[in-house]
Design a protein around this ligand. Sequence first.
Ligand code: NAI
Length: 349
Amino acid sequence: MTNPKKIAFFDAKPYDKRSFDEVNKDYGFDINYFDAHLDENTVELSQGFDGVCAFVNDTLNKNVIDHLNEHKIGVIGLRCAGYNNVDFKAAYGKIHVLRVPAYSPYAVAEHAAALILALNRKTHRAYYRTRDANFSINGLMGFDLHGKTAGIVGTGKIGKCLISILKGFGMRVLAYDKFPDKDYAEKEGINYVSFEELASKSDIISLHCPLNEETEWLINKESINRMKDGVILINTGRGKLIDTQALIDGLKSGKIGSAGLDVYEEENQYFFEDRSAEVISDDVLARLLMFPNVLVTSHQGFFTKEAVKNIAETTLGNFKEYFEGGYLKNEICYKCDQHCRKKDGKRCF
Ligand code: NAI
């Protein structure tokens, strides 16, 4: 009988252990959970393992990848959809990188909708008021979503889910995508427009495109200036889609009515951790948290029972495909991006 394959699991939280241990009953991997993020300081922990499991705030730059390669790690299983934290060029030809392309687009879209509803009707503030027996509704006025315009940037799995939710509220939808899905637009009665037009005509803007060189700081001083006064801006994509300083300036001037942020540019030091007994040294984050019209959640868009179970199942299934030598259907690599599907059933390298 061969020994079970050993997986070094980084940035492990109690809920990860529960869901992966449950699903692993069907796979039998030897999973070692490390609390630490994967980075240059912790990569040594991967010595003696066959694969590495990483998450959104782990660092997979060239240094870390080269180290993993020295440790003869052949596979990195990302237990997430986004992969902006991986240097694919460095990994190509050495380490296969697998991901979970979809686990529940509903989870993230519903969270984006929750942020929109809370910010518009100021539910987050009402909660505190009534707990303190303050039953005044001064300052809590919102607007009807019905008849307003939502601008959705990125009409992939999550963007489309959010569009159907917002259409349920009677909203008009404008969409921007580098690769527009024209059949979908026709069927659903939505309009693809330029990013500039979306920015200038939307009452609510929600970001659902991947972070890459083209989309980094898509929301910046210039695009914010173009927006309607009082716009609600929602980001459940990736932090660096927004230039946070420009966002803060927009909030201070009143240009941006409110912002719902499930992700933040410099989130890795804070998000997913309990830092309540410490002083926040990140002045930009501290400033954001002071605004009454900003709702920050800690990258929890994905966090539903269904999504967490699907993540564990797909991640361990990906490892199984790799160790059994099969075709890696969820591989992403330097040459084969999400829009370039391998059709020959062969591995990238
Ligand atoms: P997807 O791959 O289904 O959709 C992404 C869409 O963005 C595609 O339609 C694509 O054509 C479009 N796109 C690509 N480049 C673009 C560009 N330069 N400009 C405009 N559009 C562009 O991805 P999915 O599943 O909808 O996820 C979207 C993003 O949400 C992920 O990349 C990830 O960063 C983030 N995410 C956040 C989570 C959270 O917990 N907050 C959980 C899961 C994903």
